[in-house]
Design a binder for this molecule. Structure first.
Ligand SMILES: [Fe+2]
Length: 401
């Protein structure tokens, strides 16, 4: 068990396309980052965050001081909600334009970081709206630099180019995604100390999000050995450290490895993409904006696992071995895998079905329709290792009720 030998109080830089500072105390890197961006002439910042978490977790004290010490002017947009909306991007954009922002800092989980990435694009397009961006009505060519201060361990957005928003105007119920090469954060911070105030359910749901990212990324039609490698380690670390973090939210070692696992998950799907679980969850949390993304994923994963395993038994037997050790890699094990994942989730505390979340049989037609109609989700469906037919998607929703 090498994890104990790792000096987790020493901050390490994990370099992918984003430079991510990982370790206890990594938030102090904001001083170096602020100093560096100032020397590059980036002297005005738009801060994008939620209502109160950015203060409660302790991040704001550091960020505010770092900006003030370096004479960086800033404006704060702190109205990002879970399952953030396109209108929040537009509001943040206006504040950024009024200030003349030269870079954007996102503080929070995926919702805040994704909204920060989107606002960083939209500031360059004052006459366009975020719904036009997410409905692919125009193709952006640039973004302001983004700094991501991550306070959860699920999204992986701090290490990849993806962003998501919900568009609920005009009865749309869309939750599309975008991914542009200029959207990798310039710098990110993953500090386990900022995560100890994360409530138990969010600890659970965000970690399940990370597991879904890798479950999907290692089984898409565009996966690579790299995604399989990252997937295997992500599942191992979440399986080992999530129960510890649920038992004691202040366990910094558990938070460190969950944070590292989620970062790997983000890089894993930045390379391998995602498929059915995300394509079918987005309509769920678009229809019910109070539904946590990770819970939505958890509820449909057992059914999706059954179908996916049949197509990728060798990969999944290896990747899922920490959770279901006896797998041999035969497609006949598909039902066993579905039940094994269900039990794993149940033991962690996820006992809900789609019905418990308020969905009924008569909602399935709309969910299937949204899966096909939501902009960008067709790309995910095309990455599925099994053909994403209407029958298959209907069956998955039905089995999850
Ligand atoms: Fe996700």
């Amino acid at each position: 068990m090498w994890e104990k030998t790792m000096p987790i109080e020493q901050v390490r830089e994990i370099r992918g396309k984003s430079s991510v500072f990982l370790g206890i105390g990594a938030i102090e890197k904001i001083y170096d980052i602020a100093n560096e961006v100032k020397t590059r002439g980036l002297n005005k910042a738009l801060i994008v965050t939620g209502k109160s978490g950015y203060k409660k977790c302790g991040a704001w004290d550091y960020v505010k001081k770092a900006l003030e010490e370096n004479d960086i002017e800033y404006v704060l947009y702190n109205k990002v909600t879970p399952n953030p909306l396109n209108t929040q991007i537009d509001e943040a954009k206006i504040l950024g334009i009024e200030l003349g922002a030269k870079f954007v800092i996102g503080i929070g989980g995926g919702s805040s970081i994704d909204t920060a990435k989107s606002a960083a694009i939209m500031i360059n397009y004052p006459n366009k709206t975020a719904s036009e961006l997410y409905e692919y009505k125009f193709t952006p060519k640039k973004s302001l630099p983004v700094i991501a201060i991550n306070t959860t361990h699920g999204t992986g957005s701090e290490g990849n180019r993806f962003a998501v928003t919900s568009i609920l105007d005009d009865g749309k119920e869309f939750k599309p995604a975008i991914a542009y090469d200029f959207s990798y954060p310039m710098y990110s911070i993953d500090d386990p100390k900022l995560m100890i105030t994360l409530p138990k359910l969010q600890t659970l749901y965000t970690s399940i999000d990370a597991v879904n990212h890798v479950f999907e990324a290692c089984t898409t039609s565009v996966t690579s050995p790299y995604s399989v490698l990252l997937a295997k380690e992500t599942v191992r670390l979440v399986d080992k450290y999530l129960p510890k973090a649920l038992e004691n939210g202040e366990d910094l070692e558990a938070r460190y490895y969950l944070s590292y696992a989620a970062l790997m998950g983000g890089i894993c799907f930045d390379n391998g993409m995602v498929h059915l679980t995300h394509a079918l969850e987005h309509p769920l949390s678009a229809m019910k904006p109070n539904l946590a993304h990770g819970l939505g994923l958890a509820v449909i994963l057992p059914s999706i696992a059954k179908y996916t395993y049949k197509a990728r038994p060798e990969v999944l037997a290896d990747v899922l071995s920490p959770i279901i050790p006896e797998l041999k890699g035969y497609k006949e094990e598909a039902v066993k895998v579905s039940l094994g994942i269900k039990k794993w989730l149940h033991d962690l505390g996820v006992k809900e079905t789609l019905s418990d979340l308020g969905f009924k049989d008569e909602d399935i037609k709309r969910l299937v329709e949204l899966t096909f109609k939501t902009p960008s989700l067709d790309l995910l469906l095309n990455c599925s290792p099994i053909k994403s037919t209407e029958d298959l998607i209907t069956a998955i929703y039905k089995e999850s009720l």
